[in-house]
Design a protein around this ligand. Structure first.
Ligand code: LRH
Ligand code: MN
Length: 430
């Protein structure tokens, strides 16, 4: 029988599995205590882990070829927030929501803020969009936005970002994320140095307008939609920009924005060391910016990234305060299921990274004992911490089996009835 996702129903579903989780938890507790690790401290860390979900990830995503809308898709930002509520109810680690403007521009910011807060949710980062032309837009972004050769187009793009800041203040956001697709498709099309100078001129104006206490996140990307050169193409260029802009600017790492085989965990270590790590757009990919579910393709890379993050956390690196956010496109799965499983995979990598015996690792590194150094990481990565994750969700009022409870609730079916599909076939990520 379908049911509302009340805490009572979730508890009733948990009850069917709790005995097994407790058995596994106790067994893991004994194993970990042999390694001098207190399982309860890890469960507290798991329960405290937080990652934000992207509003644009609640609808079905697509590619340039096609988008195959799923049933009961959210039709506006309020329905996206309703679905974010379901994700957080079941995994208890996703109270933050990143918004994208104009996709999520509300008629009443106050009403949207109250709607989210009444569900225990909050807006974290605003995202501007100068990579598409809107119906009512005067000048096109076909040849760029914040780096366009025409100062009028740059002005228009700057004004859009300033609007995002104003809206974000009304919505209670704390940061602004700028990703632009500006670049060229052919050699000679763009003057590399002039384009970067125009970018900095535009970003300085946005930086000056940053509300008190906010941070500005710059997101680099190797390619797409430009296929020969991208103005903010890699972490080095991003780092130069945020260092030039000032102490409130940081470099955001979207895992899918790097060439295959790039050592992203090393980029993370660099940005931590330079005090300029904004945080992440977590996802996974096999080839390009595939925006697949986090931990679904390269779980060891995700673990190695969290190994750098946990090392910084434990060694109390000054100013270390990364924003963890998901950025995915759910083309063939139920977005709610993908976001829940992705949030769980991030918590898994985080808890496993806390299993690394860092004193021993440092000794092996000093002694250049490569085999034992890798073994030290692998023994953490190969530890099944599922009992800790399930217990943390259960103790926080969430579901031991989020996808199982979600499917049993019949939520998607109810939404399919409540939200008649808008016949909006086509292509593109949203
Ligand atoms: C660009 C990107 C960026 C968002 C967009 C939805 O690829 O990662 O973060 O604005 O996806
Ligand atoms: Mn991104």
């Amino acid at each position: 029988m379908p049911f509302d996702l009340t805490s009572e129903h979730v508890a009733a579903e948990n009850h069917k599995k709790l005995k097994w989780v407790e058995e596994d938890y106790e067994h893991l507790g004994r194993q970990l205590s042999r390694r001098g690790i207190d399982i309860e401290s890890l469960t507290r860390r798991a329960a405290a882990f937080r990652v934000s979900v992207p509003s644009w990830g609640l609808g079905t995503g697509g590619t340039r070829f096609a988008r195959f809308p799923g049933p009961g898709e959210p039709r506006n930002v309020f329905e996206k927030i309703e679905d974010c509520d379901v994700v957080h109810k079941l995994v208890r680690s996703t109270p933050g929501v990143s918004l994208h403007i104009p996709w999520d521009r509300p008629d009443s910011p106050a009403a949207l803020k109250a709607f989210a807060e009444s569900r225990g949710l909050h807006v974290d980062s605003m995202n501007s969009n100068t990579f598409q032309d809107q119906e009512d837009q005067r000048l096109s972004y076909k040849f760029g936005s914040l780096t366009h050769t025409d100062p009028a187009v740059r002005r228009q793009a700057i004004e859009h970002n300033l609007e995002c800041l104003d809206l974000g203040v009304k919505l209670g956001a704390v940061s602004h994320t700028v990703w632009i697709g500006d670049g060229g498709n052919f050699p000679g099309q763009v003057d590399f140095r002039k384009a970067l100078d125009r970018y900095m001129e535009s970003l300085r104006e946005i930086y000056r307008a940053l509300p008190a206490g906010w941070r500005l996140f710059i997101e680099h990307k190797l390619y797409e939609p430009a296929f020969y050169s991208t103005v903010i193409n890699d972490w080095g260029t991003s780092y130069y920009c945020v260092r030039e802009l000032g102490e409130k600017a940081f470099s955001l790492v979207d895992l899918g924005h790097h060439a295959p085989n790039v050592n992203i965990e090393m980029i993370v270590a660099r940005l931590i060391q330079f005090g300029k790590l904004a945080g992440f757009h977590f996802n996974d990919s096999k080839y390009g910016d595939d925006d697949l579910d986090a931990g679904s393709i390269k779980p060891f890379q995700l673990f190695l990234i969290f190994n750098e993050l946990v090392d910084a956390e434990l060694s109390r690196v000054p100013g270390f305060d990364p924003a963890y956010m998901l950025d995915q496109s759910h083309n063939v799965t139920d977005p709610i299921e993908s976001l829940m499983t992705s949030a769980v995979e991030l918590a898994r990598a985080y808890v496993q990274a806390h299993l690394v015996e860092r004193g021993r690792l440092a000794e092996y590194q000093e002694r250049n004992d490569a085999v034992m150094a890798l073994q030290t990481l692998k023994s953490a990565f190969t530890t099944d911490v599922e009992p800790i994750l399930a217990m943390a969700r259960h103790r926080s009022g969430g579901a031991i089996d989020p996808v199982g409870v979600y499917r049993a609730s019949g939520y998607r079916g109810r939404m399919a009835e409540a939200r008649p599909a808008e016949a909006r076939l086509g292509a593109g990520i949203v």
